[in-house]
Design a protein around this ligand. Structure first.
Ligand SMILES: CC(C)(COP(=O)(O)OP(=O)(O)OC[C@H]1O[C@@H](n2cnc3c(N)ncnc32)[C@H](O)[C@@H]1OP(=O)(O)O)[C@@H](O)C(=O)NCCC(=O)NCCS
Length: 170
């Protein structure tokens, strides 16, 4: 019998988390970010905010975003393949959206591979829509990126919906 999903503790990513994050990164993406990309985000980029999700002591998920004035950009989100489909990606997305709102963003955007239907479904569930296609954006296979967007983050409708969705996860 499948054991029930354990809870996910979401905390700011620390430099010490990078080795495990890189392991998950290499399992999740065809062109993983190198160590220095995460290092620079954590230590040099004041616009960047990164989080990890822990099951007990184990980092099993992470995500990050930039907030530039009213504009939030989700740069990455990933869940260890062994822990996918336990709503951990959803919990991280909620945390990133809450962080965006707290930091004053009014809208949020991201890029996703055209073939990545699972991720697109996750974003659509939280009110994102496809607004543009960047042709050949991914250099490994020339795949198109879909640009997805959610607006009016500070509006009552979005915040109430987010609260209801979050409560559903709890
Ligand atoms: C995309 C990703 C972060 C989703 O995380 P997850 O924890 O597996 O997904 P969740 O359990 O939180 O799913 C939440 C919702 O997303 C959608 N979803 C997630 N995975 C899906 C899949 N494989 N197929 C279809 N829908 C999916 C569903 O709507 C789901 O809601 P439901 O369970 O009520 O149907 C995870 O699959 C992952 O890390 N993938 C590899 C890296 C990646 O593609 N990152 C996104 C880059 S843009």
């Amino acid at each position: 019998m499948k054991s029930p999903p354990r809870s996910l503790e979401i905390e700011p990513m620390r430099v010490e988390d990078i080795p495990v994050v890189l392991e998950v990164e290499s399992l999740c993406f065809p062109t993983p970010w190198p160590r220095n990309a995460f290092q620079n985000e954590l230590t040099d980029n004041r616009l960047a905010h990164y989080f990890v999700g822990r099951c007990g002591d184990e980092v099993v998920a992470y995500g990050g975003l930039w907030v530039i004035l009213e504009d939030a950009h989700i740069t990455t989100i990933a869940v260890h393949p062994r822990h996918q489909r336990n709503h951990f990606g959803e919990r991280l997305l909620v945390a990133l959206l809450e962080e965006s709102i707290e930091r004053g963003a009014c809208w949020v955007t991201l890029e996703v591979r055209e073939s990545n239907i699972g991720a697109q479904n996750l974003y659509k569930k939280y009110g994102f829509t496809i607004v543009n296609t960047r042709r050949g954006y991914y250099s490994d296979n020339d795949e198109n990126a879909l640009v997805m967007w959610a607006g009016n983050l500070k509006g009552e409708i979005f915040r109430n919906r987010l609260a209801v969705m979050k409560a559903g996860l709890d």
